[in-house]
Write a protein that binds this ligand. Sequence first.
Ligand code: ARG
Length: 462
Amino acid sequence: NTGKLWGGRFAGGPSPELDALSRSTHFDWRLTPYDLAGSKAHANVLHAAGLLTEADHVELLRGLDALGEKYAAGELHPDPSDEDVHGALERLLLVEVGPDVGGRLRAGRSRNDQVATLFRAFLRDHARVVASCVLDLVDALAGQAEQHHGAIMPGRTHLQHAQPVLLSHHLLAHAWPLLRDVQRLRDWDARVAAESPYGSGALAGSSLGLDPESVAAELGFTGSTPNSIDGTSSRDFVAEFAFVCAQIGVDVSRLAEEVILWSTKEFGFVKLHDSWSTGSSIMPQKKNPDISELARGKSGRLIGNLAGLLATLKALPLAYNRDLQEDKEPVFDSVDTLEVLLPAFTGQIATLTFNTARMAELAPQGFSLATDIAEWLVKQGVPFRIAHEVAGECVQVCEGADIELADLSDEQFAAINPALTPEVRSVLTVEGSVSSRDGRGGTAPVRVAEQLTEARAVASGH
Ligand code: ARG
């Protein structure tokens, strides 16, 4: 006997090189609590099917609990000879309860349905952790939006001054994609919850009369998988999870990029808190936005995890193939990355100090009120095509004279077009501009206040 789960038909043990390649305990050991929970549920259905005596059932559950306690205490470890977490736990269970009782547990299950189930359970737990980290970030954004309600900043397109907007509106524009990510995780969870593959066996199901629905319920799933081949060999649930992680990374990196820009001397929009920024080993004056840069950098890694996983899955024939063991490290990494990144990033956002005076000063510059002139003309009955031309001429005159739109004299306005009466000045303030954009979703303070309430309601799941 080779001591493996599959020794019987082999004359000799595996080569050390194969062992080294095959081994996965260095990364899948973290699945131990989920494997033990699955084993307990499996022991229960074996007993319900009349395949375990009362005494053996009790003893198996005791042994599995004992392993769980040792694991929690940091006293349970895989052996270098163990191939994966499943094999290691069976070996340790045999030590705990003896080979006769321990050797009964594996009936009617395969590592294929085991791992497909417990990987789902692991990801479901971490989806909740990641979602709550994302909600903390949304909360930090909403808090800053609330605190700076009314502050006006230059809104940009193409990174050029476009139209003035409320800072709170801009901050909430970063919150909404994050809220959709949380919704994605909730949708994902509902889909994954419906399919516990336990009972699928290696691929074809079990002949032992075990009840997959009861295992599913015990493990917190709402149902079991309708197809045992699909249950053991599909990993779209992993890819989808990796996608949401990557999307979170992308959403965070867009905000990170802005924090990096905003904290430059040239922008001067924000000051970073000392506890959430770093210095330089040579330049004494430096204060760097490392958290945002790491966020930006790690988004690449999250995208890579998704891309690598999809490449692994592409063109795999049904059913289980060992390639599928490569499904874990990328998402473990995505989860670990986000669970470290998000709390740091949230702290940085929550402690940003905004220079709202500077933002307000820059907001009308770069002719950002030209659209307001055009729309004012439309309200005076001028066709927009003409109004756009006229407002454009105002910009041209200003550019030539190196002044801003509000600096044009009544005479200059009238010379550009007689429709430009002095009343046009009413829209040449940033306050007037933002307040006028009062349709749903617009940047008017009343609308943004409603939006903040709406965002908070979505965040709390209502
Ligand atoms: N450790 C494997 C995985 O993570 C499960 C083992 C399945 N091995 C097998 N020979 N069927 O995918």
